[in-house]
Design a protein around this ligand. Structure first.
Ligand code: PGA
Length: 284
């Protein structure tokens, strides 16, 4: 297990027990080998500058990049010295076998992936992944000792929000996974609340709207296991950019972001990382 993974698992800050920020980039189907190299080195440079070089080995928060599968090996190699974690965007629920086109957890672990996105709304909507399939993928991670940490994405559509069903939808998405793995399955996991209407639209949930749902999620988990609920990182995703990251990350139950569009450019991704660095000091 690499250094960042151990730290993320324990979720410890230098100062003791508190939730560290995680800034995660979801590149979706974008990128190239050149971009992988440039982005990782550029973000690392900016992050370490912001943290001041003396703190180089102890950023106050964690950075994760999730490139397309063909660039994972390179990303792990490029990121290794810099303590940026690498995650995959998807994984099979099966261990191995005749599943053409699929990639297993063991394969991801072998190449050094520390995280995997599970149940992104694009997987749900475009590729028809059901709550059940998503729960199976999450369960596969748990069965694998969460050596590859599942980052579960949940969130409502615009019509669901308009009809007042946000909490119902989010609870049902969580329940599907809880029914499969129990609350213990969340001992080493990350959740991302991503309102579908805010993804790639430029429209962001207001800090209050996001905090409300984050608190709802944490409270739901608190009812099942308080320590797990207090420890789990709940990221916000949906048009996060440097200009709005600060007010979002300042919310009590928002522990970082899952960033799409803004993770594709050094300037914007590093800008969001710098917010996490700054606000980490307020969290002590
Ligand atoms: P966005 O995407 O930041 O481009 O809205 C977020 C996501 O899909 O995870």
């Amino acid at each position: 297990m690499r250094y960042a993974n151990i730290r993320a698992h324990l979720n410890l800050s230098k100062e003791g027990l508190m939730r560290r920020f995680l800034v995660a980039g979801n590149w979706k189907m974008h990128g190239s080998s050149e971009m992988t190299a440039d982005l990782i080195s550029g973000v690392a440079r900016r992050a370490f500058d912001a943290a001041s070089l003396s703190e180089k080995r102890a950023l106050a928060y964690d950075i994760l990049v999730c490139p397309p599968a063909p660039f994972l090996v390179q990303a792990v190699h490029d990121a290794d010295a810099q303590y940026i974690s690498v995650g995959a965007q998807n994984v099979s629920q099966y261990d191995s076998g005749a599943y053409t086109g699929e990639v297993s957890l063991a394969m991801l672990a072998e190449v050094g992936c520390e995280y995997v996105l599970i149940g992104h709304s694009e997987r749900r909507e475009i590729f028809g992944e059901s709550d059940q399939v998503i729960a199976q993928k999450f369960a596969a991670c748990v069965g694998f000792g969460s050596e590859v940490i599942p980052l579960l994405c949940i969130g409502e559509t615009l019509s669901q929000r308009k009809s007042g069903d946000t909490e119902k939808v989010v609870a049902a998405q969580l329940d599907a996974v809880l029914n499969e793995v129990g609350i213990e399955g969340f001992a080493k996991a990350v959740i991302a609340y991503e309102p579908v209407w805010a993804i790639g639209t430029g429209e962001t949930a207001s800090p209050e709207q996001a905090q409300e749902v984050h608190a709802f999620i944490r409270n739901k988990l608190r009812g099942l296991d308080k320590p797990i609920a207090e420890k789990i990182q709940i990221l916000y995703g949906g048009s996060v950019k440097p200009a709005n990251a600060e007010e979002l990350f300042a919310q009590e139950d928002i522990d970082g972001g899952l960033i799409g569009g803004a993770s594709l450019k050094v300037d914007s991704f590093a800008g969001i990382c710098e917010v996490a660095q700054r606000l980490s000091h307020d969290r002590v």
